[in-house]
Design a binder for this molecule. Structure first.
Ligand code: CLF
Ligand code: SF4
Length: 492
């Protein structure tokens, strides 16, 4: 196929070097042009729904972005990890106030973002508040957006209490993706998480409240599954409260057709003013999270790439461009222009096919290396599935595990940016190294000798030798070298 004349660099300003090169060459980047990127174990109808959804497909999150609009602030539940003065901790990082919008303001903002962010594929409503309880605003926003931008996916997140009342309307509006936050299936556990709920014009407390919430959550999940709507279950891992119990939650939601289970760490800080924050309830550390996720393997399929986004997040997961699109910066009159998003989709389709082929090759090589080793590799990336971020510019590292089972994404580690204005701060580097506990290798596009040596002192090897390679290709090469075999050649 011929490549569009427009450059991806001008479209995205991000992971574009390789895409741009393929566009400029006028040829297809893929050796398997025309083939599908659908994994063989995914049903075609399901693939159609998830292939551009950054949360429902780990592979898609390298290429596609979501945005949230905070239009539904009322809530019918109190969670001990939430202070509604801030964001909804179901789906967002507490501690940062969101811009609350009317449905009309939200539509303006979605058009502004869709015109400028070519990766945008999903609009979500994810707090603060509950999208199903504050239903009229959710519905008005979705209906107006669907009329103006019919190719954007609509996604909703809820605590589940009011969900059964709106499943039919969600289906009528073609909402294909719903997230329910389910932290317990035992009301006694629930009573430690939810001090009260408001249901059927009444306030309930204690285990009675948790029982009603649990029953409504299960009913809502079953109703969604029966209608073919894909569900993701978010669970907040609260050490000493529900951490072991989440194994039971995973079984229940799997039996009721949940598509994904996303276990997220409790974020608890006294400054957020939440009950847990003020009473010293701690969240889990990265290794505790991983240990629980590993125990859940084999149950409902796990999502491991969640970034606990803000309720007004804009951009690829892990980046937040929300501040570029505050209402005061958006013109009153706007016309939707699909051109950037259409061009991006054409280019990215080729890139994804090429990436898939490279990924399969690397995974095959790791599987046959027969060393029995397991390596944890932290990758600095700006997106596109490539090792393309400088060590000092990274605000997070994506973590992969290479083992005889292949190469699997296992999570991410947030860090403070080490290098600002061309200088690295030693104190910041100490924090980065602490955040990389347990990591064997760091892969990045560039790293200086000073941080490299300090990482080595902490037992972490870092290299920029695979800069701009696909992540799996780079990991495969390292794994092969560690196993004493030949390394894959770089493809960038
Ligand atoms: Fe938003 Fe949630 Fe839809 Fe995604 S986020 S409403 S499903 S479009 Fe995604 Fe963000 Fe995690 Fe949520 S990374 S917090 S899982
Ligand atoms: Fe807060 Fe969301 Fe819980 Fe409501 S459902 S209390 S907004 S975390």
């Amino acid at each position: 196929m011929s490549a569009p004349v427009i450059s991806v660099e001008s479209l995205t300003g991000r992971f574009s070097d390789q895409l741009l090169a393929s566009a400029d060459s006028g040829g297809c980047a893929s050796s398997s042009c025309g083939s599908s990127t659908r994994p063989s174990d995914v049903d075609p109808a399901v693939w159609d729904k998830i292939k551009d959804h950054p949360c429902f497909s780990e592979e898609a999150h390298h290429y596609f972005a979501r945005m949230h609009v905070a239009v539904a602030p009322a809530c019918n539940v109190q969670c001990n990890y939430c202070n509604r003065k801030y964001d909804c901790a179901n789906e967002s990082r507490p501690g940062v106030v969101s811009e609350k919008l009317t449905p009309d303001q939200a539509v303006r903002k979605v058009i502004a973002v869709a015109n400028e962010v070519p990766q945008l594929s999903v609009l979500g409503i994810a707090g603060p508040g509950d999208a199903c309880y504050d239903w009229e605003k959710t519905k008005a926003t979705f209906e107006r957006v669907a009329r103006q931008i019919p190719d954007i996916k609509l996604c909703v997140s809820t605590n589940g209490l009011a969900l059964p009342d709106h499943v039919d309307e969600l289906a009528e509006m073609n909402v294909d993706h719903v997230t329910i936050t389910i932290n317990m299936v035992d009301p006694e556990v629930g009573a430690k998480i939810y001090p009260w709920i408001f249901h059927d014009h009444r306030r309930y407390v204690g285990s009675q409240a948790a029982r009603i919430l649990h029953e409504r959550q299960m009913l809502g999940l079953e109703m969604l599954s029966a209608r073919g709507i894909l569900t993701k279950i978010n669970s907040v891992m609260i050490p000493g409260v529900n951490d072991q119990h989440l194994i039971e939650v995973n079984k229940w939601v799997k039996q009721r057709g949940a598509f994904l289970h996303n276990v997220m760490p409790l974020i608890s800080d006294p400054a957020h003013g939440t009950h847990y924050g003020l009473t010293g309830q701690r969240g889990p550390n990265a290794m505790e999270m991983k240990a629980l996720q590993d125990r859940l393997e084999g149950g409902a399929k796990l999502m491991r790439h969640c970034r606990q986004c803000r309720a007004d997040a804009v951009g690829l997961l892990g980046e937040d461009r929300g501040q570029e699109f505050t209402l005061d910066q958006i013109p009153r009159e706007l016309t939707y222009d699909a051109s950037k998003r259409e061009t991006y989709r054409e280019l990215v389709a080729d890139e994804r096919r090429d990436h898939l082929a490279a990924r399969s090759e690397a995974i095959g090589m790791v599987k046959t290396a027969s060393s029995g080793k397991s390596l944890l590799v932290a990758v600095a990336t700006k997106g596109g599935g490539r090792v393309n971020e400088h060590f000092g510019h990274a605000k997070e590292f994506q973590v992969y595990e290479a083992s005889p089972t292949g190469i699997n994404f296992v999570g991410h580690r947030k860090v403070e940016q080490y290098c600002l204005g061309g200088w690295g701060e030693n104190a910041t580097l100490d924090g980065v190294i602490a955040a990389l506990e347990g990591i064997d290798f760091v892969l990045c596009a560039k790293i200086g000798n000073c941080p490299k040596d300090q990482l080595a002192d902490a037992g972490i090897r870092a290299t920029d030798a695979y800069g701009h390679d696909y992540i799996e290709t780079a990991i495969g090469a390292i794994y092969a070298a560690e196993s004493g075999g030949p390394a894959l050649t770089a493809t960038a």
